[in-house]
Design a protein around this ligand. Structure first.
Ligand code: PLP
Length: 404
């Protein structure tokens, strides 16, 4: 089959989004005429300092923080997650345990694995059910007087499932623990008002909502002490050393402003996602939706095609110029379903054929039509190539997560 030369259909927005042209425009002056250091006193530094100030307010407004000083710029979601957890372990004297879940992003899980193995920190990995919902009983059991910090994500990057973070944060506070949420996949995908919650820290990443890569923030509620991850200069009030990445910060601010203004587009995005979901379920046999359909961010659809390998589906979609993704990672030469789907105990035969379609405000009804036209023949072709053998349905080996 010849590769498709039509306009690409990009449905991998949970991986990264296209930088909005208005964001690029907001960044450009800080590479050229306003190249000064934001900490300099002269007139070349002032526009840079002003841009950082404006961006801080724009991000504050997106997340509904009380003060702009609660926003600390970082290099992205990974740095924010690492900073939050390590800081809590340092500042919460007499407390040395971490509570997290089995479905967090590696930015949290790999750090927790390191802390557990190399620093002797006790980490509680909370289980989830088949829909990806947190086991609240296990959460109550795990919280205690040794808990330094709870780190639970707001929305899952693979399934879109939302954790009830406001409630979880209040419960953490009752146990005297700090509460951090990885809000990387929630920002811009649901309305946020951090000031109305007990959330102490929240991680953000600009490239998930049409901003540049390599820039993000950690929201740190006023009064919560932050032990810096990077020590050096006094940037970010001594909470994150290093010369500010002014072009990226200006772009992040603009992206946050645009995301806040586009929140009313979420129902349209949700309707596109739902049309794709319903269309696929109607046209493709043995397809199942993965995640909590009643409580997902509106842009994410994770759908499993039984007995197939998602990589083969993605390859054929790519030939039709459609970009989506799978949760699988190539571990030790074998394709294993993601740790998220394994934690949810999605049957092996389904998890292998899971495909994630993730939308942004740039997607159109035409994109959904293209996928709906492309998928049935792709699935039929692959099923004809390797029909399920008898016994496949019961071959559901329990795979151990590499993180827990
Ligand atoms: N947390 C979640 C839930 C994510 O989806 C990602 C990115 O995929 C990250 C953290 C890491 O963010 P960054 O790429 O900015 O380091």
């Amino acid at each position: 089959m010849k590769p498709d030369r039509t306009t690409p259909v990009y449905l991998d927005n949970n991986a990264s989004t296209r930088v909005d042209p208005r964001v690029v425009a907001a960044m450009l002056p800080f590479f050229s005429e306003h190249f000064g250091n934001a900490s300099s006193m002269h007139s070349l530094g002032c526009p840079a300092a002003d841009a950082v100030k404006t961006a801080r307010r724009q991000v504050q407004e997106l997340v509904g923080a009380s003060f702009d000083s609660e926003i600390v710029f970082t290099s992205g979601g990974t740095e924010s997650d690492n900073t939050a957890i390590l800081s809590a372990l340092e500042t919460q004297t007499g407390r040395d345990e971490v509570v997290t879940s089995m479905v967090e992003h590696p930015a949290v899980l790999a750090l927790c694995e390191f802390l557990q193995k190399r620093r002797g920190v006790k980490v509680h990995h909370l289980p989830v059910d088949l829909r990806g919902r947190l086991d609240m009983h296990a959460y109550r059991q795990a919280l205690g007087c040794r808990t330094a910090v709870v780190s639970l994500m707001w929305a899952n990057n693979e399934t879109g499932t939302i954790f009830p973070v406001a409630q979880l944060a209040s419960m953490a506070h009752e146990a005297g623990a700090l509460f951090h949420t990885d809000a990387v996949q929630a920002a811009g995908k649901l309305a946020m008002n951090l000031q109305d919650t007990a959330i102490d820290m929240a991680s953000l990443s600009a490239h998930k909502f049409h901003g540049p890569k390599g820039i993000g923030a950690l929201y740190v509620r006023k009064g919560v002490r932050l032990a810096p991850l990077l020590r050096g200069g006094r940037q970010e009030r001594g909470r994150r050393a290093g010369t500010e990445n002014v072009p990226a910060i200006a772009g992040f601010g603009k992206a946050a402003e645009l995301a806040a203004a586009a929140l009313d587009e979420l129902p349209r995005i949700g309707a596109l996602r739902d049309r794709l979901q319903q269309g696929l379920l109607a046209r493709v046999p043995a397809a199942t939706v993965i995640g909590d359909v009643e409580n997902r961010v509106p842009n994410t659809l994770n759908i499993a095609f039984k007995f197939l390998e998602s990589e083969a589906i993605l390859l054929l979609l790519d030939r039709r110029n459609i970009a989506a993704s799978s949760g699988s990672a190539c571990a030790a030469g074998s394709m294993e379903p993601s740790h998220v789907l394994r934690a949810m105990k999605v049957p092996y035969t389904e998890a292998h054929g899971a495909v994630r379609f993730s939308f942004s405000r740039e997607n159109t009804a035409g994109d959904v039509d293209r996928v709906l036209a492309a998928m049935p023949p792709i699935i039929e072709k692959l099923r004809n190539l390797s029909p399920p053998r008898s016994g496949d349905d019961v071959a559901d080996p329990v795979l151990k997560s590499s993180y827990v």
